[in-house]
Design a protein around this ligand. Structure first.
Ligand code: DNO
Length: 366
C-alpha cells in the first residue's frame, strides 16, 4: 500500500502523519520542481529518498520504491523538436534519470502520455451533501470553454500550490502546444509512443525499473487533442507497442472509469500481469459524462472498488497500489486546505477500506 507525498514544504500532509496510517509501506514521490525533459540529479534523488526511508512505521520503515511521475516532454509525444528540445535529447535525459532512480532502489516510474495537460477538473471544492468537498468534472463547462479560459480558471482555483501537470512552464507554452497538436492524429501519437518505448525499455530491463503509464484523465479526447490511453483498446495497444513486461500500467481506476464505456473490473482482470501500480478510487456520475469524486467505498459511487480489490486479491497481486483523490474533510475545508484531492483524512480512510477488502478476500482465497 502506497501513499502519495509531494515533499516537504510542498504538501500539507507530513511523513509523520502518513507513517501512522496502518498498512502504508510505500511513499509515492517525485522531484516536483523538475520540468519534463530535465535530468534528475543523483544527490537530489538520494536526499529525497533518505527523508522517506528513515521514517518508522508499526511494521518497519517506509520505502520510496514508486515515483509518480517522471513527466514526458512534449517533443517525445509529438515526435519532433518543440520548445527548443529535440525528442532524442528528451529521451536521453529520461534514460539518465531512470538509471539514477534504479540505482537508488526505485522499482516503478509512473508517467502519462496526455497531450499538453495532465488531469482536468472544473471544480476543486464542490460541496457534497455531507458537508465535505471534492473534485468535480462538469462536461458541459469543458465543452463550452476555450482552452485558454479553462487554464486561467484552474490557475486561480489551485491557490497557493502548483498542481502536478500544471507546472508554470507548461502553462506558459500552452498556446504553442495547443496549436502544434491541431491535426495530430491518434496514430501519430502511437508511432511516437513506440519510438519512446523502444528507446527506454532496454534500460528498464537492464536496471530492473518498470514503467507504468497512467490513463488519460478524464478518459476521452479533450479540445481535439489526441489522447491514446483512454479505453481498453488504448491500454492494449500501448502494451503491444513493446511487449516487455517493463512496459506496464499504472492503472488508475478512477480516471479509467470517467469514460462511462469503460469497465474497471474487466480491465484489472485483463491486464493484471502488466499492472505495476494501481490507483483505486471512486467517482459518481451526475449527468452525462459529468462526475463528482466520492469516498472509496464501492456503494458511494459508480466504480466497483470492492470488485477491483477482489480481482487483485484473487491474483495475489504483488504490485503497488494507492488510494487516490480523497474528499476534503473536517479542517481541510477551513484552516488546513490541502492540494485539491490530496488531503490526509479521506485518503487515509481509503487505505483502510482497500486493505480491508484485500485482507478479507485474501483470507477467502487461502
Ligand atoms: C492526479 C494524478 C495525475 C498522475 C499523472 C501521472 O491526481 O493522478 O497527476 O499523477 O497523470 O503521470
Amino acid at each position: 500500500m502506497g501513499f502519495r507525498w509531494y515533499g516537504e514544504s510542498n504538501d500539507t500532509v507530513s511523513l509523520d502523519e502518513i507513517r501512522q496510517i496502518p498498512g502504508v509501506e510505500t511513499i509515492v514521490w517525485a522531484l516536483h520542481h523538475k520540468q519534463a525533459g530535465e535530468v534528475w540529479e543523483q544527490d537530489e534523488i538520494d536526499a529525497e529518498i533518505a527523508k522517506i526511508t528513515t521514517k518508522q512505521t508499526s511494521q518497519g520503515f517506509l520505502d520510496a520504491e514508486v515515483v509518480e511521475s517522471v513527466n514526458i516532454h512534449e517533443s517525445i509525444k509529438l515526435g519532433k523538436t518543440i520548445l527548443g528540445v529535440s525528442r532524442d535529447l528528451a529521451i536521453d535525459n529520461y534514460i539518465i534519470t531512470l538509471k539514477r532512480l534504479a540505482k537508488s532502489g526505485v522499482k516503478v516510474v509512473t508517467y502519462n502520455f496526455m497531450p499538453v495537460l495532465d488531469w482536468l477538473r472544473t471544480d476543486f471544492w464542490r460541496l457534497l451533501p455531507d458537508g465535505s468537498t471534492a473534485l468535480y468534472y462538469d462536461d458541459n463547462i469543458v465543452k463550452q470553454l476555450s482552452p485558454e479560459k479553462l487554464i486561467a480558471d484552474m490557475e486561480n482555483a489551485g491557490g497557493r500550490l502548483t498542481l502536478p501537470g500544471w507546472e508554470p512552464e507548461r502553462l506558459a507554452h500552452f498556446r504553442t502546444l495547443n496549436e502544434t497538436y491541431q491535426g495530430v492524429m491518434h496514430e501519430d501519437m502511437y508511432r511516437n509512443y513506440k519510438y519512446f518505448l523502444d528507446a527506454v525499455i532496454p534500460t528498464c530491463e537492464q536496471f530492473d525499473i518498470k514503467l507504468a503509464v497512467h490513463p488519460d484523465d478524464p478518459a476521452f479526447d479533450l479540445f481535439s487533442w489526441p489522447r491514446v490511453v483512454s479505453n481498453k483498446k488504448g491500454l492494449a495497444t500501448v502494451l503491444s507497442l513493446n511487449n516487455s513486461k517493463y512496459n506496464g500500467l499504472c492503472l488508475c481506476l478512477g480516471s479509467f472509469s470517467s469514460n462511462p464505456e469503460n469497465d474497471a473490473v474487466d480491465a484489472v482482470e485483463t491486464f493484471i500481469d502488466r499492472i505495476h501500480f494501481s490507483h483505486v478510487r471512486n467517482i459518481k456520475f451526475t449527468k452525462g459524462a459529468s462526475f463528482s469524486e466520492v469516498g472509496h467505498r464501492a456503494c458511494e459511487g459508480d466504480v466497483d472498488t470492492t470488485g477491483i480489490m477482489r480481482v487483485y486479491a484473487k491474483n495475489n497481486y504483488q504490485g503497488y497500489i494507492r488510494p487516490d483523490h480523497g474528499r476534503h474533510l473536517w479542517d481541510e475545508n477551513t484552516k488546513n486546505r490541502p492540494r485539491p484531492g490530496y488531503g490526509l483524512y479521506d485518503r487515509a480512510l481509503g487505505t483502510q477500506y482497500l486493505l480491508g477488502c484485500w485482507d478479507a478476500f485474501r483470507r477467502i482465497e487461502r
